[in-house]
Ligand binder design. Structure first.
Ligand code: ADP
Ligand code: ZN
Ligand code: ZN
Length: 720
């Protein structure tokens, strides 16, 4: 990995230099500054005179062309290629600096994902928009009320106020101001911490005694934590095998050694249980970073981590950039979850970044899952938790063949739902019907911006595009032929919610249309009975012991995607849903409705046969040279006009030329999205760095051509 080697070299240079500086000469006089701008064409870093106290990670305001911009110091140098008169000083040094190791990580990300240093640095910068919250703080002075030269005796109320100091002024500020005027009190502003409320789902639990399996795995993990350069591990444990308890104990060990911890989770809103378990166990040393926090709260949590007041960070993928010094452990919970991939530039994968950061810090990475990715099984040392903590078997899974069945639910499924007090039902499609057309002329309602069908949402009485957000009123008649006969096809969660309500149970619907998933999950947990119905969101790591039935409706919906990960996704979805059922003394079972009962992924999930599935999947990928046996890089060209897109894509193909160890697939057209025609090329290569560099160079060359101004290019390394 070229990036790794280069970064290491960079690190040696700075550290040996720093050591030398401390003893002999002054710190290098030149600061290399990367301006934080969105311009892609900039080739930084740029040299400036280094003010005293400025080092890697310092944030400066520098003169740049005709304006001033904010920049980050990414390196120091003894000399500059610039002539002396062009080497100027920054205007100002800003108060908040970035940790040097994160600046280095950003440099690696910019290279690894064909992005820019500025965009990568934004990832490791403090959250934007937040500042410290200031309050007035009151302290009593030396002077006593009795010796107050004014001779006025304090009132009863003033005495009480003085006796209660020091404390925040709060609503007593006016009264305290009067005492301040008499020299009895000093008032000053202090930064205070906003109190972040955490969702609590799941009962508070005492620390349990470990099972024999857990103890064995933990011992192994604890040895690895002690190592200088620990090998990353994959904790492959069936659902309910107590992986979280391993994370908690490993975190405690790491903290005892004076080192910090990052716990990455898929989505906080969907996995509040793990957050509350960490807060319960470690209290205030836990900082939680996620998108639901206000800008101010995020600022405070970030600042607590930066100052060392908090030593554990729990958060979604962006928490991999938490400013924790002396990092000792990174946990990747549910490592198979696709939310670890970021879909904006830089298109980083937090799992890949976590590996890099762990190696950089000498920290242990523990990736955990019941359905690990073939990549992780292939590349990481695997530790197993083969059974559930309580020794209960995984629930039996029955495949329900839907090929001859009309309707969304087979009779067997309906009967099972009637009998089960608490159930989870998965249908990976939201809305009412996924397709609407005219019975008379066949006209189908599609999105004007994208080449996809509009989905009917009955609650809002509209047709909506799930790709661009376009929506329109539900048609009363056909816009083409005027017919009143509009047909609705397929069933989504909204429709199924309606059908399930007929059974007589309360239905809790969880999908992207639900505003507050945490509240809904808590209501379901507390309800004596009911059905939790939803998209893949219901298959996340929830732990509801009284759920005795799991149902997958249309298990092959994920199989129909033309993607090499279709099998992997389907297996994970069915196995994860199965893992939600039968976690309590009531036991449980699972029904999987499918039109493809013989599909390998579905059959393996029904047998709880992760090893069989993974072996087959890895063999298939090796034969087809898919990851982990190659690296994929996707280049997408998009523009309002089709011909421009086709030309740009062909130009990229030509610019790529021959890449050693790689083949290029495409250009191939993609469906129109948000009003833009698209085409893609996929590089499939065995030498990652080489393929990434070739993609970056080809895009830079073609995008640099002024005649292609209207075309947007994106490079996606390791697309999901
Ligand atoms: P996983 O993440 O592997 O699906 P969890 O960590 O959620 O499993 O554990 C499942 C349940 O078992 C949780 O309620 C947890 O508190 C409990 N648990 C974990 N370890 C033990 C143990 N050693 N003894 C008893 N209960 C345990
Ligand atoms: Zn019509
Ligand atoms: Zn659309």
């Amino acid at each position: 990995m070229v990036g790794t080697r280069r970064a290491r070299r960079r690190k040696n240079v700075t550290s040996s230099r720093a050591a030398r500086c401390a003893i002999l000469d002054p710190v290098p006089p030149v600061a290399k500054v990367e301006p934080i701008t969105t311009a892609r064409a900039l080739r930084g870093p740029f040299d400036y005179l280094r003010p005293d106290g400025v080092g890697i990670g310092s944030v400066l305001v520098v003169p740049f062309g005709h304006r001033d911009v904010v920049g980050v110091v990414v390196g120091l140098a003894d000399s500059s290629d610039l002539p002396d008169d062009r080497l100027v000083a920054p205007r100002r040094v800003l108060g908040h600096d970035l940790p040097p190791d994160l600046v280095e990580l950003a440099g690696w990300i910019a290279d690894e994902y064909c992005s820019t240093p500025a965009r990568a640095l934004a990832l490791v910068s403090p959250p934007p928009g937040g500042r410290a919250k200031l309050i007035w703080w009151a302290t009593a002075t030396e002077r006593s009320a009795e010796t107050d030269p004014s001779g006025r005796a304090p009132t009863e109320r003033q005495r009480a106020l003085l006796a209660g100091l020091p404390r925040p002024a709060g609503s007593d500020l006016p009264a305290l101001r009067r005492l301040e005027a008499r020299g009895l009190v000093t008032l000053c502003q202090r930064a205070t911490r906003r109190h972040v409320q955490h969702e609590t789902v799941g009962a508070r639990r005492a620390q349990p005694a470990l099972t024999a399996d857990q103890a064995r795995v933990l011992a192994d993990v604890e040895i690895a934590i002690e190592e200088q350069e620990p090998q990353p591990v994959l904790l492959h444990g069936v659902t309910g095998s107590g992986k979280t308890e391993i994370y908690l104990r490993a975190a405690a060990t790491t903290l005892q050694q004076g080192r910090g911890v990052i716990i990455l989770v898929p989505e906080i809103a969907l996995t509040p249980q793990i957050v509350s378990r960490f807060v319960d166990r470690f209290g205030d040393t836990v900082a939680v970073l996620h998108s639901k926090l206000s800008a101010g709260e995020r600022h405070d949590e970030w600042a607590r981590l930066r100052s060392g007041a908090a030593r554990v960070c729990v958060g979604p993928r962006s928490a991999v950039f938490a400013p924790i010094e002396r990092l000792g452990l990174i946990v990747l919970d549910e490592e198979h979850d696709s939310s670890y991939k970021h879909e904006g530039d830089p298109r980083y994968d937090a799992r890949h970044v976590a590996l890099r950061r762990a190696r950089q810090a000498g920290a242990l990475l523990v990736a955990g899952s019941a359905t690990p990715r073939p990549e992780s099984v292939h590349g990481l040392r695997r530790l197993r938790l083969p059974a559930r903590v309580d020794g209960r078997p995984l629930p039996p899974v029955q495949i329900v063949d839907m090929r001859e069945q009309p309707g969304a639910l087979a009779p067997a499924t309906s009967h099972a739902l009637v009998d089960a007090p608490k159930a989870i039902v998965l249908l990976n499609r939201r809305g009412w019907s996924n397709f609407v057309d005219c019975r008379s002329c066949g006209h189908a309602w599609t999105c004007p911006q994208c080449d996809v069908s509009l989905v009917l949402h009955r609650a809002h009485e509209r047709l909506a595009c799930h790709h661009c957000g376009h929506h329109e009123r539900v048609p009363q008649r056909c816009s083409e032929c005027g017919s009143m006969s509009v047909a609705r096809h397929g069933a989504g969660t909204e429709r199924l919610e309606h059908d399930l309500a007929q059974i007589g149970h309360e239905v809790f619907r969880l999908d992207a249309d639900v505003r507050d998933p945490g509240v809904l999950l808590r209501r379901f947990e507390q309800a004596p009975g009911g059905i939790l119905l939803g998209t893949q969101m219901v298959a996340k790591g929830h732990d509801f012991p009284d759920v005795t039935l799991g149902v997958v409706v249309d298990a092959d919906s994920t199989l129909r995607f033309p993607d090499f990960r279709a099998e992997e996704r389907t297996f994970a979805l069915v196995a994860q849903l199965a893992g939600r059922a039968g976690r309590g003394p009531g036991g449980g079972r699972v029904l999987v409705q499918t039109m493809a009962p013989d599909a390998a992924s579905i059959a393996a999930a029904a047998r709880h046969d992760a090893d069989g599935f993974l072996a087959g999947e890895l063999a298939r990928r090796a034969a087809l040279r898919y990851p982990p046996f190659s690296h994929l890089i996707r280049i997408v060209c998009a523009a309002p006009e089709g011909p421009a897109v086709g030309e740009a894509a062909r130009a990229i193909r030509a610019a790529l030329g021959e890449i050693p160890g790689a083949i290029v697939l495409g250009p191939a057209p993609l469906f129109r999205l948000r009003g833009r025609e698209r085409a893609q090329l996929v590089i499939k290569g065995t030498q990652r760095a080489r393929a990434v560099r070739a993609a970056g160079a080809a895009v830079a060359e073609v995008a640099g051509d002024r005649t292609r101004r209207g075309v947007a290019f994106s490079v996606d390394v390791d697309p999901q």
